[in-house]
Design a protein around this ligand. Sequence first.
Ligand code: AP5
Length: 190
Amino acid sequence: MRLVLLGAPGSGKGTQAARLKDHYAIPHISTGDLLRAAVKAETALGLKAKAVMERGELVSDDIVLGMLEERLSESDTASGFILDGYPRNLAQAGALGEVLARIGQPLDVAVQLDVPTDLLVERIAGRAAQEGRKDDTPEAVRTRLGVYNEQTAPVVDFYREQGKVTCVDGVGEMDEVFDRIVTAVAEATD
Ligand code: AP5
């Protein structure tokens, strides 16, 4: 199973990917997590990405693609993967298509998690209070939502044109959303 999770900040991509990875026994690849690990380890890449991430903007396509290609080349992706946070714009969607064609692993399905903006803001505020993620400040969240609407939302149409999108209601209990995703993926890949 090769699956992309699409959705605005706070829509539950990370939460659901953690469950889907166990369900399908495939790795969860989050470009946000990879970048946060690089920031924490203060690698050259992390130092470049830190301020950009804290503002809620996108890290450069080249940096993220390089990181993703490296991760996809690891042996645990042979039976598939869940991509969370990539692609984030049309250029990344095109690049991903090329990489996957090259390694002979085309995408099976793109799941779009649909959650209204007021609930996204509420969830992120909850996480900010609990975890203090640096880009969960009100200013950075506004920027992240703007970036999603302008740059990432067109990626949904990109996959829709390929007949690969399935939309899932992301409102409700986490287990309920998980069940909806599994059902939608089964129908879309039948
Ligand atoms: P990234 O880490 O990808 O963040 P994001 O897309 O903004 O997503 P979030 O982690 O905020 O939300 P999520 O959808 O995963 O929701 P979650 O499950 O956590 O990216 C961060 C930054 O890295 C970017 O801004 C950019 O700078 C950079 N970056 C990453 N990828 C990049 C790329 N490809 N190109 C360029 N730059 C890139 O849930 C949120 C909260 O809600 C949690 O507290 C959770 O417990 C709660 N929650 C989830 N589901 C439910 C539910 N059903 N009911 C109640 N609460 C729920």
